[in-house]
Design a protein around this ligand. Structure first.
Ligand SMILES: Cc1cc2nc3c(=O)[nH]c(=O)nc-3n(C[C@H](O)[C@H](O)[C@H](O)COP(=O)(O)OP(=O)(O)OC[C@H]3O[C@@H](n4cnc5c(N)ncnc54)[C@H](O)[C@@H]3O)c2cc1C
Length: 490
């Protein structure tokens, strides 16, 4: 019987454990141990019930178009819990000079695909609209090499598009902005479209036409969540794993190669395994492999992370009428607020609040807000409430509040990230039996983390010659998902 250790019981580690559990049940000679430093599994997936409302402390949903999370839920047997965002009422605003301006219909991320709504939108100045028209004739890019998302977007649509759309949309996903993120890592489809078509607008329309012809599928909701809350995914996975394989409250200090295998040290105990999957944030993985390979540790340490805070505010039901219709708003950096986004949860996912409650979730993140992590709840709440009053005139007192801090939990993919992944892949080849999973590599959303967990488990099974070779490894799996619509935060 081969033994595999998994370090980190977030969704990536749980996905890896589930794959190994299924292999074991199907007769493959493998067992696993899942080490988690805290008392609960799920990592940043955490749901709380307060006053009849379902509060999501971390991720609140996932992008439907990335299939791995929904597939995982179906494999767990909780497919009937999947719930679509209430897209009939979808409308997202951008704060421009302190006022809400609706994102026009037809914007795919920042690429306009419908002429009239964009022409009449007050979100863009006349000069940006003229650039959008000229963009149609943009030549294919000859230059090789990476650039920031800001530079890509600015070349096509000018700086206003960066400030008003690209930056706030990316801040909601990564905490970092367009001027920090790599275009090739964060928006690979856009760089491919540019190389092929020149114009992103023409590329997007061609992609849409192809999809419409090939898929002939019903229109998918933008976001998917679970009626039982995001933590239901983690809880259900845990309930289907072998109880004796689970090690909560077990902080792993190091993983070191020994003989043909690996020694995992947690507390005062050390245990021998044939392979190890590290499914923690990359900066923690760096500490764990320091003795095994200081070169790998240095590369992993180079993967940058930002912190974030989610603030949930529950109000009396009459507050619903005081809010603009829609899912909420995003705030460009240039507005100078601490908040980066607010979601009207009761509209986006009606099951999360009873009719006599309004539920808001505000997001604070990025390097500029790092110091707020150490501020007391009261100070954070004061900031959020005064910014809500300033932006949407909301002065009602909440009935309850919840503040959640997530330290260095969101990976950033700056220019050079893909080259770093190549170096990590090369270094991993010298360490057989070691695999990485989680949000530090190729996709920070829940679906991608599930995919990398499964991929890491497959990689170990292959390395141990327990299953035939697959092409899935965390670094070589190339994403082919569709680009998101303008109001898709993840
Ligand atoms: C506030 C917030 C909102 C988000 N919103 C969304 C969203 O709406 N949609 C979306 O798709 N994605 C969202 N994301 C991103 C996504 O949720 C995460 O990227 C993903 O869940 C990370 O999963 P993971 O398993 O890689 O890491 P984690 O969830 O960080 O899990 C890592 C686990 O490893 C454990 N661990 C750490 N060190 C050790 C050690 N030494 N020994 C043992 N265990 C250890 C930790 O305790 C933790 O449980 C959000 C993230 C945050 C922080």
């Amino acid at each position: 019987m081969k033994r595999i250790a998994i370090v980190g019981g977030g969704i990536a580690g749980l996905s890896a454990a589930f794959t190994l559990e299924k292999q074991n049940q199907s007769g493959v000679a493998v067992e696993y141990t899942l080490f988690e430093s805290s008392s609960r599994f799920g990592g940043v997936l955490a749901t709380e019930e307060v006053d009849g409302c379902q509060i999501e402390a971390g991720p609140d949903s996932f992008l439907t178009e990335k299939p791995w999370a929904s597939d995982f839920c179906r494999r767990l047997g909780i497919g009937e819990q999947l719930v679509a965002s209430n897209d009939a009422d979808r409308k997202t605003y951008i704060v421009v000079k302190g006022r809400l301006v609706v994102i026009p219909d037809g914007l795919m991320f920042m690429v306009p695909t419908k002429i009239l709504p964009t022409v009449f939108s007050p979100l863009f100045s006349l000069s940006t609209k003229l650039r959008m028209a000229r963009e149609w004739f943009h030549p294919p890019r000859k230059a090789e090499g990476d650039e920031t998302v800001a530079s890509l977007v600015e070349r096509h649509y000018g700086p206003e598009m960066v400030d008003r759309l690209a930056d706030p949309l990316l801040s909601g996903v990564y905490g970092g902005g367009a001027s920090e993120l790599s275009a090739r890592a964060a928006l690979p489809r856009f760089t491919e479209m540019e190389a092929k078509y020149g114009s992103l607008g023409r590329g997007m329309l061609a992609a849409r036409r192809k999809m419409a012809q090939a898929a002939k599928v019903a229109r998918q909701p933008l976001f998917t969540a679970l009626t039982g809350g995001m933590q239901a995914v983690a809880d259900t996975a845990v309930s289907q794993l072998t109880a004796s394989a689970l090690r909560p409250n077990s902080l792993v200090q190091s993983v070191q190669p020994q003989g043909n295998g690996w020694v995992v040290s947690a507390g005062y105990a050390s245990d021998h395994f044939d392979a190890v999957i590290i499914a923690t944030p990359a900066h923690i993985a760096a500490d764990l492999v320091e003795i095994a390979s200081s070169a790998l540790a240095a590369e992993l340490r180079g993967v940058q992370y930002t912190s974030s805070i989610t603030v949930n505010l529950g109000y009396a039901g009459n507050v619903r009428q005081m809010l603009p219709p829609g899912f909420g708003f995003l705030i460009p950096r240039s507005e100078g607020t601490r908040m980066m986004a607010t979601t009207f949860v009761h509209t986006k996912f009606p099951h999360r609040a009873p009719p006599n409650r309004a539920l808001l979730r505000c997001f604070i993140g990025g390097a500029r807000n790092e110091a707020l992590l150490d501020a007391p709840d009261d100070q954070i709440l004061n900031i959020v409430q005064s910014e809500l009053a300033q932006i949407i005139g909301l002065r009602a007192q909440p009935l309850f509040t919840r503040v959640y801090r997530w330290r260095r939990a969101m990976a950033q993919y700056p220019v050079g990230h893909l080259e770093r992944l190549q170096r990590i892949e090369t270094l991993l080849q010298q360490l057989p039996g070691l695999a990485l999973a989680g949000n530090g590599y190729r996709g920070i959303g829940v679906p991608d983390c599930i995919r990398t967990g499964d991929g890491a488990a497959q990689k170990c099974l292959t390395a141990l010659r327990l299953v035939a070779e697959t092409s899935q490894t965390i670094v070589s799996t190339k994403l082919r998902e569709r680009p998101a619509r303008a109001d898709s935060k993840r």
